[in-house]
Design a protein around this ligand. Structure first.
Ligand code: TPP
Ligand code: SF4
Length: 357
């Protein structure tokens, strides 16, 4: 068998004219994604990008892999169908905060709870970019835009809190300016068995410029963000002088001695463990916000749960079922339940002529 040559980052890019505005954060995601694929040595014919509608959802045009620009909010449904039919494909959902959390919110929730082996990239610019700056479900309260001159009145949705409570088994947050973290998280998400949900803070330079300043400047980021590293304490600050803790389910900040090493203090620090079965810890991390608490960046949650697959496609692709290191939920059992008619009502006798129904 002839082994195809390894693809370089540039090989994953198409020659289509990129229509994003100059300076848009989406460029960074495209760059990190193609680097991750190159590092993973993923053959182009094994990748499929399924997007909805929005500036972010245009990403598949700019790559030379399989892609489907579907309809507004429906990328998760198409992606799930594709993954069940073609389990060997690496399937990625490309969606925005408007596409995925407004019109498509229900589809995203159900994708998370089913836990198929799909990676979701949610480009969160906290605005509708393509349709020229309407407020989105993640826009902060009070945000004024051309179509909302008095400011947004709604409470913003927290994308990661939603993903965690819906059952996503790999949940991460990253800023568009941190290419290295993005590339690393994309690789780990691809290797994860189950649904991966990654929120990417993407700067819309035209309609919501500067929304993520806390994550962008090195000095400010040190004060306002905690970078999550598995097995390491949750410390932050310019001189790593603050530690994040939870007491009685509430977050607290502790000041650390930075002048001398204190082994007692060190041993009492909270260590980041994304593999906690219970969702309380990851949920609490997802909710943290400056100015009182640091924004959590990195992998908040990674647990193993049964992966949603189709028994027939497994038989056709034994390699996939061997790769999965978690037991597979029996889709066969579900199918049998359907066939037995527990969910489907048996056909009713014809209504009598006198019946008003
Ligand atoms: C059924 C339907 N309703 C509304 C629209 C208009 N529309 C297109 S994109 C969009 C919002 C996109 O926002 P987001 O997902 O945040 O993407 P961004 O452009 O910011 O990347 C809307 C409302 C549409 N195309 N189809
Ligand atoms: S409108 Fe905003 S999100 Fe859309 S391409 Fe321009 S900068 Fe990017």
């Amino acid at each position: 068998m002839i082994t195809p040559p390894k693809s370089k980052k540039a090989d994953y890019l198409s020659t289509n004219q990129v229509r994003w505005c100059s300076g848009c954060g989406d460029y960074h995601v495209l760059s990190a994604l193609t680097s991750a694929w190159a590092a993973l040595e993923l053959p182009r014919h094994q990748i499929a990008l399924i997007s909805g509608i929005g500036c972010s959802s245009r990403l598949p045009y700019y790559t030379d892999v399989f892609g489907f620009h579907t309809i507004h909010g429906r990328a998760p449904t198409v992606a799930l169908g594709l993954k069940l039919a073609k389990p060997d494909l690496s399937v990625w959902v490309i969606t925005g905060d408007g596409d995925g959390l407004s019109i498509g919110a229900n589809h995203l929730i159900h994708l998370c709870r089913r836990n198929p082996n799909i990676t979701v990239l949610l480009f969160n610019n906290e605005i509708y970019g393509l349709t020229k700056g309407q407020v989105s479900p993640t826009s902060p309260q009070g945000l004024k835009t051309r179509s909302n001159p008095t400011g947004s009145v709604d409470t913003p949705l927290n994308a990661l809190a939603l993903a965690i409570s819906s059952g996503a088994t790999f949940v991460a947050r990253v800023a568009d300016t941190d290419l290295a973290m993005m590339r690393d998280i994309f690789q780990k998400a691809h290797q994860h068995q189950g649904v991966s949900f990654i929120e990417i803070y993407t700067n819309c330079v035209i309609f919501n410029d500067g929304a993520f300043l806390d994550t962008q400047k090195r000095q400010r980021r040190a004060q306002t963000c905690v970078i999550l590293k598995e097995g390491e304490p949750l410390i932050f600050g310019t001189n790593k002088e603050k530690a994040l803790h939870f007491q009685d389910f509430l977050p607290t900040i502790r000041s650390l001695k930075t002048d001398k090493k204190d082994s007692k203090e060190e041993s009492s620090l909270l260590i980041h463990q994304p593999n906690r079965e219970d969702t309380t810890y990851a949920y609490a991390l997802a909710k943290l916000r400056p100015p009182h608490f640091p924004l959590a960046l990195g992998i908040l949650r990674q647990v193993q749960k049964p992966v949603y697959t189709h028994p027939q496609s497994q038989a056709a692709h034994p390699s996939t079922s061997q790769q999965a290191h978690t037991p597979t939920r029996s889709a066969k059992a579900l199918e049998e339940t359907f066939l037995k008619g527990s969910f489907y009502r048996k056909p009713q006798k014809k209504a009598s002529k006198n019946s008003p129904y």
